[in-house]
Design a binder for this molecule. Structure first.
Ligand code: ADP
Length: 190
């Protein structure tokens, strides 16, 4: 099984690119953001716990997302691998993922990192807010806090995966097709 991590700041285009990636490489897409938004929409206790954190631009507790990921690994069959989108987002989550995979005799295949400059993040998220109406996209100060959370808590993952040669960065600027081609060129090597 392949275990890809789709990495990058909010608004980098992870969700946009994920569809083509899972189709082309026969993967199961697991987006923790989407899973959390469906818990919120369904009004579950987990959703209630997550809502205020997400709407403040903070992360939900590690154990919550780790549990969601492991449940998916257990449930999904008949794929060639997984595309993890939005997970891991902290070094503790990356360590938990390594442990989960080790139990299965597996390991992370590669981190595919889509990079865009901070200025572009605001621009793209403002545009997405008009289309998708996500509560955490609506306010500039929440978006700024998500960017800060990304730099503080998530960016250190680069140092976690780089020494193992698993971290691969691609330029996320340009058209959707251009970025997709860069990603496919990279993934064809694994
Ligand atoms: P974005 O596209 O901005 O990166 P996501 O849809 O991936 O956003 O996630 C939305 C929000 O859900 C995050 O800002 C965070 O509050 C929460 N979230 C998603 N994944 C995780 C995770 N792995 N750990 C903690 N919180 C998470």
């Amino acid at each position: 099984m392949k275990y890809y991590i789709l990495f990058g700041p909010p608004g980098a285009g992870k969700g946009t690119q994920a569809g083509a990636m899972v189709q082309n490489f026969h993967l199961c897409h697991i987006s923790t953001g989407e899973l959390l938004r469906s818990e919120i929409a369904a009004g579950t206790p987990l959703g209630l716990q997550a809502k205020s954190l997400i709407e403040a631009g903070e992360l939900v507790p590690d154990e919550v997302v780790e549990g969601m990921i492991e449940a998916k690994f257990d449930a999904v069959k008949d794929v060639e691998g997984f595309l993890l989108d939005g997970f891991p987002r902290t070094v503790a989550q990356a360590e938990a993922l390594d442990a989960m995979l080790a139990k299965r005799g597996e390991e992370v295949t590669a981190v595919v990192s889509i990079m865009i400059p901070d200025e572009m993040i605001h621009e793209r998220i403002r545009h997405r807010a008009e289309i998708e109406g996500r509560a955490d996209d609506a306010r500039d100060e929440v978006v700024s806090n998500r960017i800060k959370t990304y730099h503080d808590k998530t960016e250190p993952l680069i140092g976690f995966y780089n020494p193992a040669g698993k971290y691969h960065e691609i330029d996320g600027t340009g058209t959707i097709e251009t970025v997709r081609n860069r990603i496919f060129n990279l993934m064809n090597n694994f």
